[in-house]
Design a protein around this ligand. Structure first.
Ligand code: HEM
Length: 130
């Protein structure tokens, strides 16, 4: 598809993935939204786990088995990484809202820090779980 050029007059009024050039702060924001969605979807799974773990000794062992099997480990790893990234970048967003790191270069650096922390969390948690 040919690239669309936008002048000041017809530029899109809200961000569109197909129009804007991919940049680190934009990717950090997208990952924040995606991690928020992963966390929200995990809430029922968490409640299910909690009920199982506190129900009866048999259910406790069943839940433990499930958490030790690879689908359980994968879900815990994925959600753990999402939670850590979301926390770090969420604090970055709160600092930005408070007026810190607003310069373009600082936005880029802090976005790299958030994403780097996410990758580090993925590796560390992965090494604990496997
Ligand atoms: C760990 C501490 C957390 C911090 C510091 C944090 C911080 C934030 C911030 C600042 C935003 C607004 C982002 C924006 O301005 O667009 C946000 C959005 C959101 N958060 Fe969190 N959050 C945390 C934990 C959670 C948890 C545990 C969940 C889910 C159970 C969650 C789900 C969401 C969702 C769904 C959004 C909306 C994402 C979007 O549509 O852009 N957050 N969070």
């Amino acid at each position: 598809m040919p690239a669309i050029k936008h002048s000041e007059k017809n530029r899109p009024l809200s961000p569109r993935l197909s129009v804007y050039r991919w940049q680190i702060p934009m990717m950090a924001s997208l990952a924040h939204r995606a991690s928020g969605m992963v966390l929200a979807l995990f809430v029922p799974v968490y409640l299910f786990l909690l009920t199982g773990l506190t129900n009866s000794p048999e259910d406790f062992s069943r839940m433990l088995d499930w958490m030790h099997a690879w689908p359980g480990r994968l879900i815990l790893w994925f959600t753990g990484v999402a939670l850590f990234y979301h926390m770090v970048n969420g604090i970055r967003f709160i600092l930005l809202d408070a007026g810190w790191f607003e310069a373009r270069e600082s936005m880029r650096i802090t976005a790299r820090v958030s994403m780097g922390a996410g990758v580090l969390a993925a590796l560390l948690l992965g090494s604990f779980l496997w």
